[in-house]
Structure formats: C-alpha cells, structure tokens
Ligand binder design. Structure first.
Ligand code: PMP
Length: 421
C-alpha cells in the first residue's frame, strides 16, 4: 500500500530523525487531541507537539481566523515591519496577559523558535551586564543551537557539538541533592569566593519545571531563594518558559505560582497557538539596550502565527477557565496514578505541576521506553524524558475532553502496571 510506505524517510531523511522511530506510521490529519494516520487510525495525542499544542490540533477559531487572513492576502512574510496582525497580537498580549499580571515587559521577536529566544536572552544578559558567564542547572534543556546548547545541563546532548561557546557553570536544580537552604548556601559561597574559580555570571537561566530533564518541578521556596540570590548579586534571572509557559502548569507563566518576576522570559512552542512557529523574549523595560538590527533574522515574527496566537490569547486567556481546568486535570492525573506508586513500592515516582506530568521509573529506565511502545500499540502517543529517558512524560493538550483524559489514563495505567508486573 503506497499510502503506508515509509521508505523515502529511511532512504532520504537524515539519521537525526527521532520521534518517527518510535511511531513509524504516516500521519495525515489531526484535531484536538487526536492524530490520524493515512490509513485512518486514530491516535490519542499526549505528546502534544512537545509542548507546542496546548490548545490541541487545528482549533476551529484559530483555523477560521487563519483561513480568513490567507484568503484576503494578509501579509505573510514581513520581517519586523509593522503589520496589522502583529499589532493585534501585541495589543491582546498586553491586555490579556501582561497587564492583568502587572508585568511591564518589552517584547522582542528573536526568530522562529525556542532556541532563538534563548540565544537572544543570553546575548542581552551579556550585553547589559558586560559579563559573560552563565549559571545553569543540572538536567536543564535550553535548545540545540551552540549558545543554548552550551547552557544545557546534559553532557550527552552536547557531546557531538564540541566545546561550549558560553561559559556555563551548572548548579544543582531543586531536589538534585539537599534542600533549599543547603543548595543556596553553597551557591552563594561559590559566587562570592574568588578561590572557587567561578567567573561572576551575567545571568542565571532556569526552567520552573524541567521538561526535557524529566518533569522536575522546582518548589516555590527554591525559586524564591534563587530570585533573592540573583537580586543580592545583581545577576539577571532568565526564566526559560518555552515548554512550560502558555498555561502548561496552570497559570500562563510557570513562575507566577512562586510570586517572582524574572528579568528576562523566553516563550515559544504554544505561544503561536496552532503549532505555528513563534518565539518571544520578554524583558524589563530598562534592559532594552538593543541597538536597531543588533539581533535580527529573516523569519522573526510570523504573521500567520500572530493571527492564531491572538485568537488563542483571546479565546483561552480572557478568564480563568483553562487555568482551573488544567490544575484540576493535573490533580486527577496524580490521583489516578497514585495506586500504582503504592502497588509497586519504590519503583515509581509521580512528578509535575498542572498538566506537565511525569511518571518516573526509579529502578529500570528502560521500562519507560516499554511504556511508550505499549501505549503506541494501544493508539496513544507519549514521550519519554529525563537523563536516561526514564520518565514517561505527558504534555496532552490542555483542552482535551474528560473522555480523552480518562482514556489516556486508562491506556497508560495498564501499560505501566504491565511492564512492572
Ligand atoms: N527551552 C526549553 C525549556 C525547551 O523545552 C525547548 C524545546 N524542547 C527549547 C528551549 C528549544 O526550543 P525549540 O525546540 O523551539 O528551539
């Protein structure tokens, strides 16, 4: 059957391809939390485009706005010229997201994707402080370009790329060892002691929940202590919200629950709303020391993504409904999987916040791969994460129905129980 043929991929596409190896079928259409193959098989999507599909596939209102825009020959490619689509996006982002939270960030469009936002954040921090070094964290992930990869706390991901461009010092993330006080006592000591050999950093870059690192959720106290440390030493705090932003943890920004206001924030993935590429770097007004054209790029600010993003912000962030639902669904996931933690004592750990949810296999990392495979056999897509890929990671659309949520829980519950039995 020519429809099912995948030979062009293995012949022609680089060996760098990854997801397709776990899910070797050809997808054709998608709606909400459902992905359909060319031969008509429906898959329940708890992978969620690695965080890019918080509002599911092909949302009706975003699609209608996009079709209308394309139909009337709305500008698609504009670099950073002023457009009607960009204006509408900025207005809605200001009124629905920034102002209700008392945030007065300047907004920059650094390029099409998450790693571009991280690069621009690192560059800006270095420029405004005149310092070079960056503090990052164990198990962090910030992107695949040389700068963002240099501050990624995973030596395996960096291995092929040679010497890091940016001098990054990895510090222990929350719960890596010890508690809040111990971590910060030694971080502070290393910072102020010239004998530690550490260069005074320009910035700290951190995820409030580490996505690729295995759904490690930092506690509010830990983030507050980090924020205080940064303020005491005039180090800029960059929160990388590329994966956990746009409501994944409940609130729009993953740092809101801790009551902190970072100096710089990166956003991408779900900000475009429709799976279209868009990235934002937000920063304190007084940090806007860029000179015109100092960080540019051909595909910064995609107008079609502005159109769908604006609908997403208007439709889903005009009230607290999505936030409440996300927190509630997060509680339900934890509650429903808890019996497995008791049944298989010492073998599993549930992690996360809101709809960033992980099931970690503490003894045998390979079981997570087996769960992913078994879920696929039962027509469900879940990804694995963590340094040994030992965590089954859920990034289901926040808009999934109760029925889809329950079906996903059922399939995955059976898979976890099965591989441990
Ligand atoms: N930062 C974080 C926290 C991410 O999870 C990712 C992507 N997984 C990136 C940056 C890089 O984003 P992109 O893949 O769009 O370049």
């Amino acid at each position: 059957d020519a429809n099912l043929d995948t030979s062009i991929f293995s012949d022609r596409e680089s060996e760098v391809r990854s997801y397709s190896r776990n899910w070797p079928v050809v997808f054709d259409t998608a709606k909400g939390a459902k992905l359909t193959t060319v031969d008509g098989d429906d898959y329940l999507d708890f992978f969620g485009g690695a965080g890019a599909l918080n509002y599911g596939h092909n949302d009706d209102d975003m699609k209608a706005a996009l079709l209308e825009y394309v139909q009337r020959d709305g500008v698609t490619h504009s670099l950073d010229k002023y457009t009607v689509a960009k204006r509408a996006f900025l207005e809605t982002f200001t009124s629905n997201i920034l102002e209700p939270r008392g945030l007065d960030y300047k907004v920059m469009f650094p390029g099409p994707t998450g790693t571009n936002a991280v690069e621009s954040a690192l560059k800006l921090a270095r420029k405004v402080t005149g310092r070079e070094a960056i503090i990052n964290f164990t198990n962090s992930f910030h992107g695949m370009t040389l700068g963002s990869l240099s501050v990624t706390g995973n030596s395996m991901k960096r291995a092929g790329a040679g010497i890091p461009l940016v001098h990054a010092t990895p510090m222990p993330y929350d719960n890596y060892f010890g508690g809040v006080t111990e971590d910060f006592q030694w971080m502070e000591r290393v910072l102020v002691d010239s004998g530690s050999g550490m260069n005074r950093p320009a910035a700290v870059i951190v995820e409030c929940v580490q996505g690729e690192g295995g759904i490690n959720a930092a506690r509010a106290e830990w983030l507050q202590a980090l924020d205080a440390l940064c303020k005491r030493h005039e180090i800029l705090l960059i929160i990388d919200d590329v994966q956990m932003g746009c409501g994944r943890t409940g609130e729009f920004f993953s740092f809101e629950f801790a009551g902190i206001t970072p100096d710089i924030v990166t956003l991408s993935k779900s900000i475009g709303g429709y799976g279209l590429p868009l990235a934002l770097t937000l920063f304190r007004r007084d940090l806007d020391e860029w000179t015109p054209g100092e960080h540019n790029g051909t595909f910064r600010g995609n107008n079609m993504a502005f159109v769908t993003a604006e609908v997403a912000l208007r439709k889903y962030w005009s009230d607290d409904e999505l936030q409440n639902r996300t927190l509630e669904n997060g509680r339900i996931l934890r509650e429903r999987f808890s019996p497995l933690v008791y049944k298989h004592q010492g073998k599993l750990e549930l992690r996360g916040r809101g709809m960033a949810f992980g099931i970690a296999f503490l003894e045998n990392p390979e079981l997570a791969q087996q769960v992913m495979a078994r879920c696929f056999d039962h027509k469900m897509l879940v990804e694995t994460a963590g340094p040994s890929d030992e965590v089954v990671k859920f990034l289901a659309p926040l808009t999934l129905t109760d029925d889809e949520r329950d079906r996903g829980i059922e399939i995955c519950y059976e898979a976890v129980d099965n591989v441990l039995s």
